[in-house]
Every structure is written in C-alpha cells, then in structure tokens.
Design a protein around this ligand. Structure first.
Ligand SMILES: Nc1nc2c(ncn2[C@@H]2O[C@H](COP(=O)(O)OP(=O)(O)O)[C@@H](O)[C@H]2O)c(=O)[nH]1
Ligand SMILES: [Mg+2]
Length: 301
C-alpha cells in the first residue's frame, strides 16, 4: 500500500488465446514479465503488471485466453480469466484485427457481458502493424459490434504504436483513489516464478503439438551466489513416459536446447549470469488431477 494517489484501478486484459494480451502488457511496462510465444494458451494464470505514473497507477491483470476447455487445467484457466473480469474496474478486450472475428469471439463476448455487468469496456484492436493504415478501422469495426464496448482504440504491441494514447485513455476511465502498490513494483510474481514461466515458454517454442502443453515447471531451488550469479534448479513434469523421452531428446539434446533458450531469457530478465539445471519427471495425467494442479500453483487465490 502506498500513500500516493491519483487515478488508480484494475484493468483486466481479456480475449481469446494468441491475440497479444501478454505482449501488450510487456510492451506497456517496457519489460518482459509475462511469457509470450506464437502458440495459444501460453499464459496459464493471472499475472499483475503495474504501471505507475506520477498521477496514476494502472494495475493490469493478464489472463489466460478464454477457450473451450478440454481438461481441468483448461477449466482453471477460464475461471482465472473470469475472476479477473469480476475483480477489475475496467475490462479491456483485446482483439487481433489482422484476423476476421470467428465463432470464438461470440463465446468470449457472451461470457464477458454476463460477468462484466455495467463495468466500462474498451476494445483494443491489436496487431495493427499487419494491416495498412487506411484499412485498420474497417477491420476493427466487426469486433466493436460483437463486444459492444464503450470505447475503442487500435494499437500494435509489436511496434508500440499508440500505446501512450492507450495508457492515457485508460487513466481517464479509472476512478480516483489511493495507489494499490508501491510505485516501483512491476508485478506480483517473484523472479523465481517468472523464471519458471520463461522455461515453460522455451518449451512452447521448441516442442511440437501436445508435448509442451503437458509440461508443468516447478522451480525447486533459486539461489543467488556470492559472485552475483543465480543458480536455478527446476523439474519439468510431463504426463507420460513417451513425453519424457521427447523432452529429453536424443542424448539429452532437446533438454539442452530448451535449457539454453531459457537461460538466455532469464539472464536478460535478471541482468546477471544464470546457471540452470533442468530435470524431467512424469506426473501421470496431472492436467486432470485437482491435487496436482494445486501443487503446481494452478489455483484461484
Ligand atoms: N504482428 C504482431 N504480432 C503480435 C502483436 N502482439 C502479439 N503478437 C504475436 O502474437 C503471438 C501471441 O502473443 P501473446 O502475447 O502470447 O498472446 P496472448 O495469448 O493473447 O497472451 C506472439 O507470437 C506475439 O509475438 C502485434 O502487435 N503485432
Ligand atoms: Mg498470454
């Protein structure tokens, strides 16, 4: 809690998978705190991203994409997104305007309207960089209709275009009040948790089909050494013996590649050298096991 005040409040970033919610959060904060990959369902749980200006504090809630769940993990992810909508002051619906709206937009719109009640809704048309400027408004129009938002804006999380305007607009929509967090706090996750998420993102980049989705990352040890180097020990849990073989790869080559990618992104985040150790274990069918889901941190607060 802080004695600073101005406009402040919670903004839920919602939408279907892969529209760029986490990219937008990272771009607004100017730092990668949320994992981004080209694959859907990269984000599994809600994460705060806090943007503090002298006159305002915007607390973003990055959420998993709302989708049709095929297991208990998927159901948890939808519940997390729905909880964010219920808790937020403003609902920001992100749409990928380089794509036509599809049936999944109708699903998200319906859920959102039911949960959001009378809260302010803003439609953020993302990926503007993929469309010629004179066509952008036309591409956004059908989304505005489906989501029935009070306000709308077009941005690109990739190039950063219009993000300052977006922040200004959101601030103007927030209520007056005390800041919720200290001005220098960026997120509610610790570096240890973010490291785990960056390892999972590396798995999503390197592994195909169902395999990376079957992975849960547990950080067993996160220690800073006297020389400033950080030592991280982690276990990757998969659902089947066959997946374990794939993740390890021939002669350990896949695990080595994943470890290298993850180490580089963790080093970039921490700004220090990292020693990363990865181990693989089987936890049968964990995505449908409520007890395992809780143990891996997939639980509503
Ligand atoms: N061209 C373009 N790609 C983007 C933009 N924002 C996100 N992406 C890409 O879209 C994919 C999904 O992004 P992500 O942030 O993980 O989406 P989320 O699932 O909604 O959180 C990634 O490959 C991003 O690099 C954008 O403004 N322009
Ligand atoms: Mg995401």
């Amino acid at each position: 809690m802080s004695d600073l005040h101005g406009r402040s409040g919670y903004i839920a970033l919602v939408g279907h998978p892969n529209v760029g919610k986490s990219s937008l959060l990272n771009a607004l904060l100017g730092q990668q705190i949320a994992p981004v990959t080209p694959r859907p369902q990269t984000t599994r749980r809600n994460q705060l991203g806090i943007l503090t200006r002298p006159d305002a504090q915007l607390v973003f809630l990055d959420t998993p994409g709302i989708h049709k769940p095929i297991n208990k993990l998927g159901a948890f992810m939808n519940e997390a997104a729905e909880m964010a909508i219920r808790e937020a002051d403003i609902i920001a619906v992100i749409a990928d305007i380089s794509q036509e709206p599809g049936p999944e937009d109708l699903v998200v719109a319906e859920r959102m309207t039911a949960l959001a009640g009378k809260k302010t809704k803003i439609l953020i048309g993302n990926k503007a960089d993929l469309i010629q400027e004179n066509h952008q408004a036309d591409r956004q129009a059908p989304f505005i209709k489906i989501y029935q938002c009070d306000s709308h804006i077009i941005v690109s999380a990739l190039t950063g275009s219009n993000l300052n305007e977006l922040a200004d607009r959101l601030i103007s929509l927030l209520p007056q009040g005390e800041f919720y967090f200290e001005p220098d706090q960026l997120t509610d996750l610790y570096e240890r948790d973010i490291s785990g998420e960056l390892i999972r993102a590396a798995c999503l980049h390197r592994l195909r089909e169902e395999v990376p989705y079957s992975i849960a990352v547990r950080v067993d040890n996160f220690k800073e050494r006297a020389n400033g180097m950080v030592f991280i020990e982690t276990t990757l849990f998969v659902e089947k013996e066959s997946q374990k073989g794939i993740v390890i790869g021939r002669g350990g080559s896949m695990l080595k590649t994943i470890g290298m990618d993850a180490r580089l992104s963790i080093e970039e985040m921490l700004g220090v050298k990292v020693f990363l150790e990865l181990r693989v274990k089987v936890e049968k069918n964990w995505r449908n096991n409520p007890e395992a889901l809780k143990r891996f941190g997939y639980k509503l607060e």
